[in-house]
Every structure is written in structure tokens, then in C-alpha cells.
Design a binder for this molecule. Structure first.
Ligand code: PMP
Length: 417
């Protein structure tokens, strides 16, 4: 605000940090969050944030859904609700998950405040300090931040263009156990992965499920992008094959809108009670208002068509991004070719430090996220994530062209060719 006095950030005084709980030391600002402040300036083409593109969402229709909800059912919508989530929405969530082959009972669904909250709850229930969580290399920055706050030791497992490599998983499990460490779960994003954009094929899903079942390791399947395939549906969810050993996370953030903050966890029966208790302790109950808004929308609106129009919009942007990379990027760079979702992962020659290039990219009016954000251990300095979901196709082209100029200059200076 204009008249607010300037506040000088001086960091935390030492006597204050001494009063914090031990775990507060692991609460660090996300690299991405600070980048977003710059990236959101209008002159910058942001290929940084994974913000859903709401331009395809008819706002008048949304307004009428919300208005009708309040007028017809305001007393319920604006009241506290069930800690586990609204029963009607939980039924509808099961119908939605059926699109990915999942047969689930609404009793096993827990509605959360975005799937991010589900990640927090699962971490709270499973992770003691120094426990190991296995994740893809690279993995979702928001999950890594949560695991760090619960003091997990994150072990990255290699991926290729087809997602997590089962043999690498076997090796990681053996090495971790040989070092005497406890593995709590494998966290993975099988569909149009964040940040790599890759898709895990059906055979690998089965193989990974078999390994984890045998080794008694839970699989946390995070699936916010699964319905955003461009040309064909994604393979069945891993949870469709294994209801005992998979904790499935879903979200309406990318298929409807993130502002509702509604996601869910579908858990093995044995875990449900713990999750509900943990959730009640942090939020009492998820918002009845946003749950019922989503529920009315799903009941009365053509939501499948809406998802299809989102996918179409993202496909156009993916095409422009890939064409621009082909046209402008140096020949010694490589990148993934997503079949859905929001992200492309670019790998440059190892001498290039994508963290150091951020300020130069900002001067060239383009923003991206450096690869190190997606590793718990500082790896990834010569890679970066590009999100093509939000800018217009023209701006995507402009941004990728500008970024290629920055990278080519750097390569020239370092005599890389
Ligand atoms: N998981 C993944 C892989 C994500 O990309 C995101 C959001 N970018 C989330 C979870 C959290 O989503 P939400 O809390 O909005 O459901």
C-alpha cells in the first residue's frame, strides 16, 4: 500500500531463533517464491511459475454457480463441515478418479486444502527426522520443501524420458537399506511430471508397484495433471492397480481452478483415521464453501468439456514452446517433449550454471526456474524448468528466443560449442 512505512528486513535476531522449535530451522523460503515476485512483472515473460491458465474458464458460469450455491444452500456452504470432507463431493471425486481406472469408496477419500496439504499430512504421519523419502530426480519443489520441514533425508532416483527407472529404484532401496536407513515412502508424479514433463508408461508403473510392495514401501502417487493429456488419455493410475500400498493425491487446481484450494487423498483404509485426525488438527475441516462450489459445478456443468478445452489451450502452448526451442536453442541443449501438463525440462552443457543466469535472463525479460530448485541436494545446476502454461503463444516464443540469446552469450563467453 502506498502510505505504508517501508519495512527493512534484517533477518531473525539470534535470541528469537533460539526460542524456535528445532524444526523451524528447516523452514526456508522457496527459491521459486522469490523468483515469482520478479517474474510477475508485466514486462517479463514468465516461463517460471506453474500457474494454471484460467482464460479458458467461463467466469460468468462460475459466478452463477457460486451465487446459486449461496442463495440456495448458504447455511450449509458457510458453516463448518466434516473433517474428512463433504460426502457428496467425495462421491463425485470417486467418479472423477474412475476416468483413470480407479475404483474407490468415498469413505477412503479425505478432502484437503489443495493436494499440498495432503503432502503435509502424509509427511507429518510418516516422517521422523532422518527417515528417507525416495523421489524422482528431479522432483516437485513444493513436496521437497515439505519433506525438508519434517527433516526427511530425500534420496533422488534417476529418471529418463519415460519417468522413474525401476532398476535405479531397486539400487536406491538397496543402497539406502545397506546404509542402515529407514525408507518411509516413494513419492512420484507419474503423469506429465513436475518439473520434467515426462509420462511413466504402464509397464513401469506395474514394475514400480511390484518393487514397492515387495519392499514394503508405500507409494505416494501425486496426480494433479493426469487428465491433461494432449493426444490420448494417460495410462491408468497406479492406485487402480494397488489399493493397499498406494496413497493417491488428487487436485482440482489444474482441472478447475487453484483458487478453490480443493484437493484430496485416497488412502488405504488403515490410514484414513490418522489422516483425518491430522487434518482436523491443522484446519478443523476443509472449506464447505469451496467444496460445495466444486460439487455444484461438477453436478451441473460440462466439466469434461472444460478439461478438454484446458488441454487444448496447453497443447497449443506446448507446440509453440517446442517449436521455439527447436528454432532458437543451441544444438547442444536437450529437452523433454511433454505429452500433457505444463512443463519442459531443459538440460544444458554442464559448464552452464542456470542459477547464475537468472539475473541476465531477467534483464532479457524472461524468467524460468533453475534446475537446482528441484533437487534436495544442490544437483541440477545445468538444467532448468520452462512452464508454458500461462503466457500467450506469442509471448512464449518471445521468451524462449530471449532466453536462448542469454544462453548462447554465456556459451560464447565460456567457449562452449
Ligand atoms: N503436486 C504437484 C506435482 C504440483 O505441481 C502441485 C502444484 N503446482 C501440487 C502438488 C499442489 O497443488 P494444489 O495444492 O494446488 O492442489
Amino acid at each position: 500500500m502506498k502510505n505504508e512505512p517501508a519495512r527493512v528486513r534484517t533477518g531473525l535476531p539470534e535470541n528469537l531463533t533460539q526460542r524456535f522449535a528445532h524444526r523451524a530451522a528447516h523452514m526456508k523460503p522457496s527459491e521459486i517464491r522469490s523468483l515469482f515476485a520478479v517474474a510477475s512483472r508485466p514486462e517479463i515473460v514468465s516461463l517460471a511459475g506453474g500457474m494454471p491458465n484460467l482464460s479458458a474458464l467461463p467466469m460468468e458460469m462460475m459466478a452463477s454457480v457460486v451465487q446459486k450455491l449461496i442463495l440456495d444452500n448458504g447455511a450449509e456452504a458457510l458453516q463448518y463441515g466434516s473433517g474428512q470432507g463433504h460426502p457428496r463431493l467425495r462421491e463425485q471425486i470417486c467418479e472423477m478418479m474412475a476416468l483413470e481406472g480407479i475404483r474407490a469408496h468415498p469413505d477412503d477419500v479425505i478432502v484437503t486444502t489443495g493436494s499440498q496439504q495432503a503432502l503435509d499430512l502424509i509427511s507429518r504421519i510418516f516422517i521422523d527426522p532422518d527417515d528417507v523419502v525416495l523421489v524422482e530426480a528431479p522432483s516437485y519443489v513444493g513436496a521437497l520443501g515439505t519433506f525438508r520441514q519434517y527433516e526427511a533425508k530425500v534420496v533422488h532416483v534417476a529418471m529418463d524420458d519415460h519417468g522413474l527407472i525401476p532398476d535405479a529404484l531397486r539400487e536406491a532401496i538397496a543402497a539406502t537399506r545397506a546404509a542402515g536407513r529407514k525408507i518411509k515412502f516413494l513419492y512420484l508424479i507419474p503423469n506429465y511430471q513436475n518439473p520434467a514433463g515426462v509420462l511413466l508408461p504402464a509397464e513401469r508403473r506395474t514394475e514400480i508397484l511390484d518393487i514397492c510392495r515387495e519392499e514394503k514401501i508405500f507409494v505416494v502417487e501425486d496426480n494433479p495433471y493426469g487428465l491433461l493429456g494432449f493426444d490420448k488419455p494417460s495410462p491408468n493410475a497406479m492406485r487402480a492397480e494397488d489399493s493397499e500400498n498406494v496413497i493417491y493425491l488428487g487436485s482440482f487446481s489444474k482441472t478447475i481452478a487453484p483458487g478453490f484450494r480443493v484437493g484430496w487423498a485416497l488412502v488405504p483404509q488403515s490410514l484414513k483415521e490418522k489422516l483425518v485426525i491430522a487434518s482436523e488438527s491443522s484446519i478443523l475441516c476443509p472449506s464447505n464453501f469451496t467444496q460445495l462450489a466444486i460439487s455444484s459445478y461438477l453436478a451441473d456443468q460440462p466439466w469434461r468439456d472444460q478439461i478438454a478445452s484446458f488441454a487444448k489451450l496447453y497443447k497449443v502452448r506446448r507446440d509453440v514452446a517446442l517449436e521455439s526451442l527447436d528454432k532458437y536453442f543451441p544444438k547442444n541443449a536437450t529437452w523433454t517433449k511433454p505429452a500433457g501438463g505444463f512443463y519442459i525440462w531443459v538440460t544444458l552443457p554442464p559448464e552452464i550454471d542456470t542459477n547464475a543466469l537468472v539475473p541476465k535472463a531477467i534483464v532479457a525479460k524472461v524468467a524460468y526456474v533453475p534446475g537446482t530448485a528441484f533437487y534436495a541436494d544442490g544437483f541440477g545446476s545445468w538444467s532448468l524448468r520452462l512452464s508454458y502454461c500461462h503466457p500467450t503463444p506469442e509471448r512464449i516464443k518471445e521468451g524462449i528466443k530471449a532466453l536462448s540469446g542469454v544462453i548462447k552469450d554465456e556459451m560464447e563467453q565460456r567457449s562452449i560449442n
